[in-house]
Design a protein around this ligand. Structure first.
Ligand SMILES: Nc1nc2c(ncn2[C@@H]2O[C@H](COP(=O)(O)OP(=O)(O)OP(=O)(O)O)[C@@H](O)[C@H]2O)c(=O)[nH]1
Ligand SMILES: [Mg+2]
Length: 496
């Protein structure tokens, strides 16, 4: 987990065994199609076999727990993991994609994925997530592969986690815990860190059991954990209370930080600078696009959730109008509910913008799924009604047929490559087109002593024509109301 405290342990465990490069490799799309490589051509018939299709090895976290009854949350280190999914609806392909994504997430968290299995069921088993027979098979796979953790592709109830653990005898975590862990590793700003910590605590609260000493480490933010081990009801009750207190404190802190950001945002709004939000599935190339559009140096990584803190950059349309571009946290299917809550304020920024650039990875096998997942979250935070341009990125690596399909279905869409620059000029022009136009059209004769007003007309408004006359600059402009008011004294009286 927050791959914490003891570097010596990390080094001891993985440094030699798993070179750094492996991790990024495993996120390439060849690997996303892992099951196909393994089985060669594959269709429904191979499903049984595919239940055991091996995932390639990746990199790891580890667990320092000897006893599964001590499962603790943030201290958890995944090292060698087996993935398990329950396939309820959709095609084999859907199920494969979902598990492949879980593999990418696990790798991003630093785990070595040893194996992956999918069970077809109407719904997850109420007790053990997968059926009890399958749980026993899973136990065999765990022993066979020497895995120390099982990751389930869904959100499990506390009871399911415990009962499955009791069968497989290693730590069991779910997709939510995994995503929370990645977020915890990647959050950089104080606000981001606090939001993730809060979401983790919220997730943890109903899952506490017999934690003993781990909790004091956890809540003490690394102040060492020599508190006496003493599970039992009373201890858990105390722990719960402490978590609740800590959560209340964090909520207050987050509210304060939010105020600061809010003020900045209002400033931008007052200045009437139109804002464009870059949203989209994780790893779609949002940060790359921001860099390509503005030359800004934002971290680009072939990892999921490289960006967790919104970055705002100034940009200019080809016609010279200023606007802001905001890079945002990536979306993922089944984004843990706590995180949607935690990042609500960040995502509200998307809803508040004048235009959304919805970036989708055109080289993904089914970009439509990513589009749908992102739209669901956008709806969830009530950010509907903002015009959207679908930016199909990675056109350089995409299947032309997929591109064609998307361009046809998505009304306002464009294929680009942040890597090669393909389509970027067209996108810039499209942004220019879609940004709200200032509402007031006026003509003003601005004296040369007021050059500042002319400059503002250029950055804040749209200059239709400009002429230098003996009396001053004759402007024909479209501007927002405030600037119109400032220019009003120089509007020539209508000739009678
Ligand atoms: N082939 C190709 N790869 C691209 C393109 N744009 C981005 N990438 C790669 O895709 C990966 C993810 O890019 P990012 O810009 O970090 O993606 P992001 O959407 O900001 O990701 P998160 O912040 O993690 O959600 C990186 O390895 C990029 O080099 C593109 O146009 N073509
Ligand atoms: Mg990014």
């Amino acid at each position: 987990m927050t791959s914490s405290s003891s570097p010596s342990q990390d080094t001891k465990r993985f440094a030699h065994a798993y070179p750094e490069g492996l991790r990024a490799d495993a996120l390439m799309e060849e690997d996303v199609a892992w099951s196909h490589e393994i089985d060669g051509e594959r269709d429904g018939d191979q499903f049984d076999r595919s239940e055991r299709a091996a995932l390639r090895r990746v990199v790891g976290l580890s667990t320092e727990l000897e006893d599964v009854t001590e499962v603790e949350y943030r201290q958890l280190r995944l090292e060698r993991v087996v993935l398990v999914g329950v396939w309820t609806t959709g095609t084999v392909q859907d199920a494969d994609n979902s598990l492949a994504e879980l593999a990418a997430l696990a790798e991003t968290a630093g785990a070595v994925v040893l194996d992956g299995v999918i069970q077809r069921r109407d719904k997850p088993d109420a007790a053990t997530y997968i059926g009890s027979g399958k749980a026993l098979e899973l136990r065999d796979i765990v022993i066979e592969t020497g895995a120390d953790t099982v990751i389930c592709d869904g959100e499990l109830s506390p009871g399911q986690l415990i009962q499955l653990e009791d069968v497989v005898k290693v730590k069991v975590i779910d997709r939510t815990a995994l995503i929370l862990d990645i977020f915890a590793q990647h959050a950089k700003s104080r606000e981001g860190k606090a939001q993730v910590a809060l979401a983790q605590m919220q997730y943890m609260l109903p899952r506490l059991r017999g934690w003993g000493q781990s909790l004091s480490r956890q809540m003490g933010g690394g102040r060492g954990g020599l508190a006496t081990r003493g599970p039992g009801e009373t201890k858990i009750e105390t722990d719960r209370r402490r978590i609740r207190e800590k959560m209340a404190k964090m909520r207050r802190e987050i509210a304060d930080m939010k105020t600061g950001r809010e003020i900045k945002r209002q400033e931008r709004r007052r200045n009437k600078v139109p804002s464009v939000a870059i949203a989209g599935y994780t790893n779609a190339g949002k940060s790359s696009l921001l860099n390509r559009l503005t030359g800004a140096g934002v971290l680009v990584e072939n990892a999921l959730f490289a960006t967790l803190d919104p970055t705002v950059r100034r940009a200019e349309t080809p016609s010279g109008r200023l606007y802001t571009l905001t890079d945002t946290v990536g979306f993922v299917r089944h984004l843990p509910h706590h995180l949607v809550e935690a990042f609500r304020s960040t995502m509200e920024e998307v809803g508040d913008s004048d235009l959304i650039l919805h970036v989708v990875d055109g080289s993904h096998p089914v970009p439509e799924e990513q589009l749908a997942a992102v739209r669901e979250v956008i709806r969830d935070v009530g950010a509907t009604g903002v015009p959207e341009i679908v930016v199909i990125n990675k056109a350089d690596a995409a299947d032309p047929l997929v591109l064609q399909r998307l361009l046809r279905v998505e009304k306002r869409s464009i294929a680009v490559s942040a890597r090669t620059g393909q389509g970027i000029d067209e996108l810039l022009a499209l942004i220019d087109n879609e940004l709200p136009r200032p509402s007031v059209e006026i003509e003003a004769l601005v004296p040369y002593t007021h050059g500042k007003l002319v400059a503002r007309a250029h950055t804040e408004g749209e200059v239709i024509s400009e002429e230098h006359t003996a009396e001053g600059t004759l402007l024909k402009v479209r501007v927002h109301e405030e600037l119109a008011a400032d220019l009003a004294p120089y509007v020539p009286a209508p000739a009678l």
